[in-house]
Design a protein around this ligand. Structure first.
Ligand code: NAD
Ligand code: ZN
Length: 342
């Protein structure tokens, strides 16, 4: 089969011929229809320090996908040939304390599709049946291909009560833009989003942000007054990975506010702990998606009118993957979708 492979210790990816994966007794074999490119894939493409230390080569990469079941192992009864599916890219161990408690998103032995084991930028993907999600076929394929990052946005946005609350999102990347849409859908009052990239702030507005702030030109501290919040933001979601953005959150929360951290900060990022203490802030780290509460919420929110299609800005055939990665690198993109078939 054809696959996008990090073949060896060098920048870039290769379109290679590799064997179709072997289906073990608990596995599902999926014919890939659409995939989406994640920031993680760009790190692997660029072959930065993180990628070099993390990814064994050769590796088929990619973890955002939708496809059709074409084969199942002997123990698999939940899925059959022809089912439309996406899947959870985090494989969990099933026997650590959190797994046994049903908190599988907190498994301490998580392994990643397209990171630690072969991924979905290929004609076929093989994953355990417990990682497969049955899709509502009335949802567009492009949208289903984005369920993994959409899940990051949903898990973060729903980690605190946002109904009627004033929300600050730092970073209007694909995940920040989707979080803005979720916050509006879930009943937030003001949804303020920051970035330094005006293309992405425009996207965020299309997705439902009520006020965009280009922090290269404007100060977040002026916004609570402008919007008559009086005491600052109730809930913040850090989705940029930039320490300056974290600083802008700390300086503008109401006392007792809730902060969810998704963005991955540089090592040794400083943090204003005394503001956390004196202002009684709650901070929660967010990793991945809940298995499978987040997947239920994503499906039901799309079914009740949440629209993430404005975020899907680019489509390419998989053989034109270089153009897809160039679109990602440009910063002038939302989600970039690659078509494999159908
Ligand atoms: P992205 O890199 O596409 O978007 C980040 C955005 O932040 C960019 O648009 C950038 O211009 C903006 N930004 C940079 N400096 C800023 C500043 N000072 N203030 C406001 N915005 C600023 O990333 P993404 O794919 O949308 O993901 C968001 C973050 O979440 C990344 O840090 C990513 O690594 C992280 N992530 C975490 C998880 C997890 O499980 N915890 C999963 C996926 C992604
Ligand atoms: Zn576990």
């Amino acid at each position: 089969m054809k696959a996008l492979v990090k073949a060896r210790d060098e920048q870039g990816l290769r379109l290679d011929e590799v064997p179709i994966p072997v289906v073990e007794k608990n596995d599902v074999l999926i014919k890939i229809l659409r995939t989406a490119i994640c920031g993680t894939d760009l790190h692997i493409y660029n072959w930065d320090d993180w990628a070099r230390q993390t990814i064994p080569t050769p590796m088929v990469i990619g973890h955002e996908f939708v496809g059709r079941v074409v084969g199942v192992g002997d123990n698999v009864y939940e899925f059959k040939t022809g089912d439309l599916v996406s899947g959870e890219g985090h494989l969990i161990c099933g026997h650590c304390r959190n797994c046994l408690a049903g908190k599988r998103h907190l498994c301490k032995n998580t392994a990643g599709v397209g990171v630690n084991r072969p991924g979905c930028f290929a004609e076929y993907l093989c994953i355990p049946n417990s990682n497969v999600w049955a899709c509502d076929p009335s949802i567009a394929l492009d949208v289903l291909a984005c369920f993994d990052p959409f899940g990051n946005a949903v898990h973060t946005a729903l980690s605190f009560d946002i109904l009627g609350e004033d929300v600050l999102i730092t970073g209007a990347g694909p995940i920040g833009c989707m979080a803005a849409a979720v916050a509006r859908h879930a009943g937030a009052r003001h949804v303020v989003i920051t970035d330094v990239n005006s293309y992405r702030l425009e996207l965020a507005q299309k997705m439902g942000a009520t006020r965009t702030v280009n922090v290269a030109r404007e100060n977040v501290s002026d916004i609570p007054n402008e919007l008559q919040m009086k005491e600052g933001f109730d809930v913040a979601m850090e989705m940029s990975g930039n320490p300056a953005a974290l600083g802008s959150i700390m300086a503008n929360m109401r006392h007792g506010g809730n902060i969810a951290l998704l963005g991955i900060m540089p090592d040794n990022t400083m943090f204003d702990w005394n503001t956390v203490v004196f202002n009684g802030l709650t901070i929660r780290g967010i990793y991945g998606r809940k298995m499978y509460e987040t997947w239920y919420k994503m499906t039901s929110m799309i079914q009740t009118g949440l629209d993430i299609t404005p975020l899907i800005t680019h489509h390419f055939h998989y053989t034109d993957f270089q153009e897809g990665f160039a679109a990602m690198r440009s910063g002038e993109s939302g989600k970039v979708v690659l078509t494999w078939t159908e």
